[in-house]
Design a binder for this molecule. Structure first.
Ligand code: FUC
Length: 786
């Protein structure tokens, strides 16, 4: 049989619309949300809402991504530097308990960062009684529209809600099958003390306030502040067809309307991390004013055009649904038994949906909760934790073709280079920029919280992620203007702070980080459980990547030749990665016993994923050790820990084990509304899980693209379109019976990439489209360039 036959049959299949898969891209429920984690998230990157879909009361809990506690502040500690040498000596001398204690003198000022805040709530209180039938609540991922439907007697009610990026407003449209059927009371309030609402004219309510000083208890990982902070303002306007609006105290009552459109806007006085003098009320009012004269249909059309342009870039089908019409929370519960492949596709696309909804150009990056938070004192401050969580939030962005959504992360880096430059200079007397394990709206970069904050490679990790974006996009302007400066400065900090391991220590004479930490595990030393160490494995992997990437980038850009030689020389002086006594990848410079062998973090495996130091093909012994480490850590952990392990197993080429972790994530760490739970709700697992699903289907590195590298037996037939690979390729894959049938690679700026499938390697030529097909055995590749 010739390859041609496969080309023709496959073409038909590839061009057939993904109807069944596409139609099921909704989260569906048969009842209103009782808990916040049952409500449905909407967002335009700046405004976020959780929609409860109640019958007597519709509740929308609303966030704005710049509403945080505290105010502009420099956390650097001018006394830190005076303790640095002593701290290093203690670590080298093995007096780590004393070293852990000394870090208290080096913590940022204050030691706790500021928390992200809830903004306000909309309540629509409907009267009426009588039996409710045909209730449904749905979030359509293809439209980013939530709908609530039900029937009471012979009247059917419909509410459609979305948050529009182009208009930056939340819109809820209420209709009923019979005229004059819509009556409700609208209330706008806030959990922030001191916020004031007032009726503004015949159809509007306004909220105005300023974050008040607050004392938070130290064990909440949220700092306290003593000055008033950001101003905030919201504005909600009603448009009714039929009926009327009357004022009742602080609420507006809609009576007997045929149709209602509610438009909400909100803003804060945040201009940038050093300036909070913006006009919150003016912004909120201005956004509402801009919607005047535009119909609901026009607002919806603008929203759909904007959202779908992003969302529709990738489609995924992993097999037919077991029970696609069933409520999503029930599907999640039964996933451990039925392994519904359509639920996996939904989980993947929900991750992409959440990124589009929580991270848009000009706004803040997705925080620990994306941008959805109802708590005044949220878990871990709902900040940006930078020793895994923030980075993981952006793992699905490259392969999932959501590059614009990464811009807030690059903008954060732009700011952190400023504040991290100060912390480098003040706390370390070093050039470049540094970032420790947490940051907030005020761009904190000093070590905070406790001795586990003494981890100096956050900047290098983020800069590595920027290099990765260049590897995917080939965007030279991005490399020159944003990535390279961040990489170079992260490297400068390391060149200035790496120290020679002294005589008598393992790897004496080598260049090491000190003090440092392997997030967030401890080990036993002289009977004590301690944290600090030098040259932890994660550090070495991150430093290796940043040195390698920076040297390469400087070559590509034709700049900094002398600096490049310096980096290359320093890279050769790093200690090697080591295999420990249990065959594991050693986590620390010595083969210490960890206090928690099944600790949730797998920091030392950074080099396997997302880093590039370890791979089955290039470093088989280290890959085998990484595998052993994963076995020793086990398959449990927080949501994000399971998510990370999906990608790690995928990079070991073990699709079935990756699948096992995915099962653990969906069945064991997923809330009814499909949010990941750490616990509690933390969005990183959603993003890490989505990334993991993509890594099972497609992997790429600086010179190769692997097709179906970790396909589990649970997905024998499937199709994915539009995944991105390094080298600038867009990849479509079709497989059947566990074997690749056809692959299309579109574009690419790196023509000499090698395509790997089932142990075969084929060199790509420069072409707009490369088509690979299998022969009758399903394992020999034919290739044509078009
Ligand atoms: C680290 C993790 C926790 C949590 C927190 C936000 O401390 O170890 O599990 O994810 O960050």
């Amino acid at each position: 049989m010739s390859a041609f036959r496969w080309v023709t049959t496959s073409l038909l299949l590839l061009s057939a619309p993904l109807t069944s898969a596409a139609q099921q891209l909704s989260l569906r429920y048969g009842a209103p949300a009782k808990e916040w984690t049952e409500a449905l998230p909407l967002g335009d990157g700046r405004l976020g809402a959780m929609l409860f879909g109640g019958i007597q009361e519709e509740h929308l809990q609303i966030n704005e991504d710049t509403l945080w506690g505290g105010g502009p502040h420099d956390y650097s500690n001018p006394d830190a530097y005076s303790h640095l040498s002593e701290l290093r000596e203690l670590v080298f001398a093995g007096k780590v308990k004393e070293a852990d204690e000394l870090t208290d003198k080096m913590m940022g000022r204050p030691k706790l960062l500021m928390p992200y805040q809830p903004f306000c709530d909309l309540h629509l209180r409907f009267g009426g009684d009588g039996r409710i039938e045909e209730y449904s609540r749905e979030l359509d991922l293809q439209k980013a529209v939530a709908t609530v439907r039900y029937r009471r007697g012979d009247v059917s009610y419909l509410r459609e809600t979305f948050i529009s990026r182009p208009d930056q407003v939340l819109v809820e449209h209420l209709t009923a099958s019979r005229k004059s059927s819509l009556s409700f009371n609208l209330q706008l309030d806030t959990p922030q003390s001191g916020g004031k609402t007032e009726i503004a004219g015949a159809d509007s309510i306004r909220l105005d306030g300023q974050i008040e000083p607050r004392q938070n208890s130290a064990n909440t990982w949220s700092g306290s502040w003593s000055e008033p902070g950001l101003r905030y303002a919201a504005h909600v306007r009603l448009r009714v067809v039929g009926g009327r609006i009357v004022r009742r105290d602080n609420t507006l009552a809609v009576e007997n309307a045929d149709e209602v459109t509610l438009i909400f806007s909100g803003a804060t006085s945040f201009r940038n991390f050093r300036d909070i003098t913006g006009d919150a009320a003016g912004r909120a009012d201005g956004l509402i004013a801009k919607t005047a004269g535009r119909s609901y249909a026009q607002l919806l059309a603008a929203h759909l055009a904007d959202y779908q342009r992003l969302f529709q870039r990738v489609s995924l089908r992993l097999g037919d649904g077991v029970q696609p019409a069933t409520a999503t929370d029930i599907r999640i519960k039964s996933f451990a038994q039925d392994g519904d492949p359509q639920l996996v596709a939904l989980y993947y696309q929900f991750g992409r949906y959440l990124l589009i909804s929580s991270s848009r150009p000009g706004g803040q990056p997705a925080n620990l909760q994306g941008l959805w938070n109802q708590e005044l004192v949220p878990a871990w401050g709902s900040k940006w934790t930078t020793n895994i969580n923030l980075q993981m939030n952006y793992w699905p962005a490259e392969s999932g073709d959501l590059w614009e959504e990464e811009e807030p992360l690059w903008d954060l880096v732009r700011d952190l280079r400023v504040t991290g430059g100060e912390t480098a200079r003040i706390d370390y007397h070093a050039r470049g920029w540094v970032l420790h394990h947490n940051t907030d709206l005020w761009r904190a970069t000093a070590p905070v919280d406790g001795s586990w904050g003494m981890w100096p490679v956050g900047a290098a990790w983020l800069a590595n992620q920027m290099w990765d974006h260049y590897e995917f996009s080939g965007d030279h302007a991005f490399l020159r203007q944003q990535a390279y400066p961040a990489m170079k400065e992260a490297t400068e900090f390391l060149l200035d702070t790496l120290v020679e391991a002294p005589p008598g220590t393992p790897f004496a004479g080598k260049l090491v980080t000190n003090p440092s930490f392997s997030p967030e595990n401890r080990y036993f030393l002289h009977g004590d459980a301690v944290r600090l160490s030098y040259a932890t494995t994660m550090d070495l992997e991150i430093v290796n990547d940043i040195f390698k990437g920076t040297a390469e980038a400087s070559k590509l850009l034709g700049v900094d030749a002398a600096f490049r030689s310096q980096i290359e020389a320093a890279r050769l002086r790093l200690p090697p990665l080591q295999v420990g006594s249990r065959g594991q990848l050693q986590e620390w410079i010595q083969d210490y016993q960890e206090t928690e062998p099944e600790h949730r973090h797998v920091s030392h495996l950074y080099g396997l994923f997302p880093g590039a130091t370890i791979s089955v093909a290039e470093t088989p012994q280290l890959a085998a050790a990484a595998r052993r480490s994963l076995e020793l850590r086990g398959d449990g952990g927080t949501g994000w820990a399971k998510a990370w392990k999906i990608s790690l197993w995928a990079h070991l080429g073990d699709g079935n084990h990756a699948y096992k972790l995915l099962q653990g994530l969906i069945a064991g760490s997923t809330l009814p509304d499909m949010f990941d739970t750490c616990p509690p709700f933390q969005i990183d697992g959603n993003f890490g899980g989505a990334a993991g699903i993509a890594e099972m289907l497609l992997q790429s590195d600086e010179s190769s693209i692997s097709l179906l590298p970790a396909l589990p037996s649970a997905w024998p037939d499937g199709e994915v379109k539009g995944l991105r690979a390094r080298g600038g390729y867009k990849v479509d894959l079709l497989w059947r019976g566990g074997k690749l049938e056809r692959a299309e690679l579109h574009g690419g700026f790196r023509p000499n990439a090698t395509v790997i499938y089932g142990g075969q390697r084929i060199m790509l030529k420069a072409a707009a489209l490369t088509v690979l097909t299998t022969d009758e055995n399903g394992n020999t590749l034919h290739i044509s360039h078009e």
